[in-house]
Write a protein that binds this ligand. Structure first.
Ligand code: LRH
Length: 493
């Protein structure tokens, strides 16, 4: 039988793409049919996403996917799934109109919002219910920051970004559960909205749409969407793991237990897949999160700043006329002196956009180290520091969840970075299986394929990824005690 086609729209912090995935009993392949920039827009008040441009990018991508899927032998396009980064949302009024442009999670308006929330629900209690790591941009803090705006009282429906786009494609209203679990308004144990928390914070629980799960049918295309894209109006939009990280974890090519994962893109999401949340006070203090994965699993992980550090440096170098070609920078970094300067990639000062090379230099100076003297040295500093953060996080997750970790799957765009993969293996002393780079899109496609009866359970999904996608194995080399010493240096600040 010929493979069946699924379109995955995957929106990342710097670009969006639509891929056509073809799935059969032994087939899983992706073709990117459209890629478009995701360029945040700074208005006088705040930093925003250009959500209409993103929606238009999805529409154009679907139109191309429709054409690519149609030629004989390539099968039909069975369904569409949408995923994006977490936490951000749009508000709809009583007529379904979007109230303002969604904010970017890197906007700094939430600076005082956590204190306002914690005054009503103390942080330990918030964690016992939601199990969510403290990040200043969690949806709950963004809503607190929206207090006093004209939009909040006018709002009738809160839709997370993938749910908003699904709404525009289909007219349906819902909240996908893996992404809902990143809001700080979701009960980790019960797997439902915490309407009680929501009401205590002074908001109307009616804002929160009914939950839906990966694999649920979300709707079919609105007539004008079908006309524009050239897809049949009966084409279904399938709810996927709409949080990109949940899709990526679903496609980790693990064939044995004992794995930790690093979903490495703009962020490094580092942790374990568990059956039940860990809501202990020790876990809260270590700032681990209990986000939902597919099939009721828990993504027990921590956010590490990730390739953002490198990408933001390159953006700044580029604007200053400093060469920012990645292969050349990585070659320089590989020749630079080991452990010359190290940073803590979890430090909050690295979160907002801006002059990253300068911030890294200041961080080094403040911690008594000589700042990197060249872009190559800066990249070395970033990659070694990320590898150390991967190591710390894998070890802490294993300790807090009482698990043995025997190997690490590193997926996402960062898996192309050979230096980072090798450093992660060296720092942890564990083998690193790197790839696939397109784990998120694969997870998106696989959840759709499963909903349409083409693949079996989670294990079979992962076996299919392992059997069809290229991965590369990095074995630890070099000197673990040097990494131990480097780790102690970062820990002592
Ligand atoms: C990665 C990601 C991550 C969230 C962040 C906002 O793209 O979804 O899991 O914490 O973006």
């Amino acid at each position: 039988p010929s493979a069946t086609g699924f379109a995955a729209a995957d929106l990342g912090a710097t670009s969006g793409r639509v891929v056509l995935g073809r799935v059969g009993p032994d087939t899983l392949d992706l073709t990117e049919v459209h890629r478009f920039a995701n360029t945040p827009v700074r208005l006088p008040g705040a930093l925003h996403w250009d959500v209409l441009a993103l929606y238009q990018g999805v529409l154009d991508g679907l139109r191309r996917a429709a054409r690519a899927a149609l030629p004989a032998g390539r099968g039909e396009l069975r369904s569409i799934g949408i995923d994006s980064w977490a936490v951000d949302y749009g508000l709809l009024d009583a007529n379904g109109a979007l109230l303002g442009n969604p904010h970017h999670y890197r906007d700094q308006r939430t600076e005082d919002a956590a204190a306002a929330v914690h005054a009503v629900v103390p942080a330990p209690e918030l964690y016992r219910v939601t199990g969510l790591q403290h990040l200043p941009f969690n949806t709950v803090f963004q809503l607190a920051a929206a207090q006093g705006t004209a939009q909040l009282p006018a709002a009738r429906t809160l839709l997370l970004i993938p749910d908003l786009l699904t709404h525009w494609l289909t007219g349906s209203v819902g909240a996908e559960i893996t992404n809902a679990s990143t809001t700080g308004l979701f009960d980790a144990r019960r797997g439902t909205w915490s309407t009680e928390l929501f009401a205590r914070l002074g908001w109307d629980p009616e804002l929160l749409p009914p939950l839906r799960s990966p694999g649920d049918h979300a709707g079919t295309l609105l007539p004008h969407v079908a006309t524009y894209t050239g897809l049949p109006p009966s084409t279904s939009v399938t709810t996927v793991a709409s949080h990109d990280t949940a899709s990526a974890v679903a496609a980790v090519p693990a064939t044995e237990p004992g794995f930790a994962y690093v979903s490495c893109g703009t962020w490094s999401l580092v942790g374990l897949e568990l059956d039940a949340p860990v809501l202990s006070e020790a876990s809260r203090r270590a700032n681990f999160t209990n986000e939902r994965g597919i099939d009721g699993t828990i993504r027990y992980l921590r956010n590490i700043m990730g390739m953002w550090l490198l990408e933001e440096c390159r953006r700044v170098w580029d604007s200053q006329g400093v060469p920012s070609d990645l292969p050349a920078l990585l070659a320089e970094a590989s020749r630079a002196r080991p452990f010359a300067a190290l940073i803590d990639p979890e430090a909050p000062e690295f979160l907002p956009p801006g002059d990253m090379p300068r911030r890294i230099a200041e961080h080094c100076a403040r911690t008594g180290q000589r700042p990197p003297g060249s872009p190559g040295e800066t990249v070395r500093c970033i990659l070694e520091s990320l590898a150390l953060a991967h190591r710390r996080t894998v070890r802490e997750a294993a300790r807090l969840a009482d698990r043995d970790v025997t190997h690490i799957h590193l997926v996402g765009g960062g898996s192309r970075n050979e230096l980072l993969c090798q450093f992660t293996a060296d720092a942890t002393g564990l083998p690193v299986i790197a790839g696939p780079t397109e784990a998120t899109a694969l997870g998106n496609v696989l959840v759709q394929a499963r909903a349409h009866g083409l693949v079996g359970d989670r294990d079979q999904m992962r076996h299919l990824v392992a059997a069809t996608q290229r991965v590369r194995r990095y074995v630890p080399q070099g000197n673990l005690t040097a990494w131990d010493a480097a780790d102690r240096r970062v820990a002592s600040g």
